[in-house]
Design a protein around this ligand. Structure first.
Ligand code: ADP
Ligand code: ZN
Length: 210
């Protein structure tokens, strides 16, 4: 099964991707994580992507399309995959179509902008493994320390309040049109993000099975 998770930054795509990954045993692919890893390792790709990411802008289509194409060509993707954070523009969606990728479902997680502001400004991520926490809703056991690997949990540069506003703007302008794009092919399933993550996860799994 090939799935796409759509939604604003901070809607919880990463968390839901993990839930589906555990359920269906297919890999969750986050272009954001791939890009952050490249920035951390100081690769050519990382150098190209960093300024876009820090400012809350999108990385140019040709770069992310290349990354995605390579990644879904790997062995572990042969039985399907979950895309988290790709496509984010109509040209990216068209590129997927042109690669001949058949998408089974597009799950759109809806969360209001005010809620997103609150969630992202409280988000902390592990600088080493990328695990995600929230100071109020999902604190690590020991403050500032990752439960999974002991790394330091930090505020992502693009989770500063001004940058969150820019990312939301970019989302509404460039990514939200994808709802129409996939609605037209009958692939879109909307999940309303809930207060409680477990409730959202239940709705997501229902959407996957439907
Ligand atoms: P979030 O969903 O929390 O905004 P991601 O981790 O998915 O964050 O992405 C972080 C940043 O990486 C984005 O703001 C953007 O700069 C870049 N990025 C990730 N995926 C894409 C994509 N498909 N197209 C363009 N830029 C992307
Ligand atoms: Zn960690």
């Amino acid at each position: 099964m090939n799935l796409i998770l759509l939604g604003a930054p901070g809607a919880g795509k990463g968390t839901q991707a993990e839930v589906i990954c555990n359920h269906l045993n297919i890999p969750a692919i986050s272009t954001g994580n791939i890009l952050r890893e490249a920035v951390k390792n100081g690769t050519q790709l990382g150098l190209e992507a960093k300024s876009f990411m820090d400012s809350g802008a999108l990385v140019p289509d040709e770069i992310v399309i290349g990354i995605l194409k390579d990644r879904i060509g790997e062995d572990d993707c042969q039985n399907g995959f979950i895309l988290d954070g790709f496509p984010r523009t109509v040209p990216q969606a068209k590129a997927l179509d042109e690669m001949g990728v058949q998408i089974d479902k597009v799950i759109d997680i809806e969360v209001a902008d005010e809620k997103i502001m609150q969630r992202l400004s409280g988000r902390r991520v592990c600088a080493d493994c990328g695990a995600s926490y929230h100071i109020e809703y999902k604190p690590s056991k020991s403050e500032g320390v990752c439960d999974k690997c002991g790394g330091e949990t930090v505020l992502r540069k693009d989770d500063h309040p001004d940058t969150i506003k820019d990312r939301l703007h970019v989302y509404h302008e460039q990514t939200e049109p994808l709802k129409d794009y996939y609605q037209q092919t009958g692939k879109l399933v909307v999940v309303q993000g809930q207060e409680d993550v477990a409730d959202t996860s239940a709705l997501t799994l229902k959407a996957v099975e439907a």
